[in-house]
Design a protein around this ligand. Structure first.
Ligand code: BTN
Length: 264
């Protein structure tokens, strides 16, 4: 159930809109179940590409692989509606380009090195500070998207009273403290940088920057597939963001969405 208070004339929203410019339509909520849900509903009502749903908190924030995403005040929770002219095969570029955009802007604003853990988690000092969940509907006739919703969550600061015990060793925040200015710069910066890469997504330009930030290169990882645990060394990623591994002397490629890998 989605009930919400749309924040009008809110100072933060005004700052973000000023930085974003008129190309994007920003809809800013106090609290929603999930910004991805709102964006999906809007997509069915013919909302345009570039519509951005932003919330101060989410009550049912979703992560990848059926996980939940803690979404207390202090974070950025946004979804961008896209109408990509991309095949399913190249759709991984949306998510991975967004990871690069988020990592670059987070690093520029904080001065802290931001890395990407395959597929699309952003880390600072080995703690996850941002995650991305792209959801979409494919037209079965041509295998192209009817729409896609790109959801980005950033732990800009810690939730009040800190992260819960189970996340303390895994999750981190970008800043100790962040005012409206920083919040607005982070939101607008991530959206604009993402669209910069998205407009040229066929060229795959962003992949070079993804490779530079991949924190797994050269590391030993484990992953589960078909009920078995595998151990392998990460060599890098290919142009479709598949993870390239060396496993028992052989080269193996893993597709995004297929498995998740853990550092050994
Ligand atoms: C992950 O880390 O597994 C992905 C997290 C994605 C969270 C964002 S927050 C905005 C959007 N709305 C959601 O419910 N999820 C995404």
């Amino acid at each position: 159930m989605v009930i919400l208070m749309v924040l009008e004339n809110n100072e933060r929203a005004a700052k973000i809109e000023a930085l974003l410019g008129k190309k994007y339509k920003l809809i800013y909520y106090d609290s929603v179940d999930s910004t991805n849900n709102i964006a999906k509903n809007l997509s069915r009502e013919a909302a345009q590409e570039g519509t951005v749903i932003l919330a101060e908190k989410q009550t049912s924030g979703r992560g990848r692989m059926g996980r939940s995403f803690l979404s207390e005040k202090g974070g950025i929770y946004l979804s961008v509606l896209l109408r990509p002219k991309l095949s399913v095969k190249t759709s991984v570029r949306i998510t991975t380009a967004a990871a690069v955009a988020a990592a670059e802007v987070i690093e520029e604003l904080s001065g802290k090195k931001a890395q990407i853990k395959w597929v699309n988690d952003v880390y600072i000092d080995n703690l996850k500070v941002a995650g991305i969940l792209t959801e979409g509907v494919i037209n079965p006739e041509n295998q192209m998207f009817n729409y896609a919703v790109l959801g980005i969550g950033v732990n800009l600061v810690k939730p009040e009273g800190d992260f819960p015990k189970e996340l303390k060793d895994i999750a981190g925040a970008v800043f100790d403290d962040a005012d409206d200015e920083i919040y607005a710069k982070a939101v607008s910066g991530i959206i604009k940088r993402f669209f910069y890469y998205y407009k040229k997504i066929e060229d795959n330009e962003y992949i070079i920057n993804y490779r530079r930030r991949l924190m797994l290169t050269g590391k030993e990882v484990s992953y589960e597939k078909d009920g078995e645990t595998h151990k392998a060394k990460v060599l890098g990623i290919d142009d479709e963001a598949r993870l390239i591994l060396e496993e028992n002397g052989e080269t193996v490629k893993l597709s995004a969405g297929e498995v998740s890998v853990k550092l050994c």
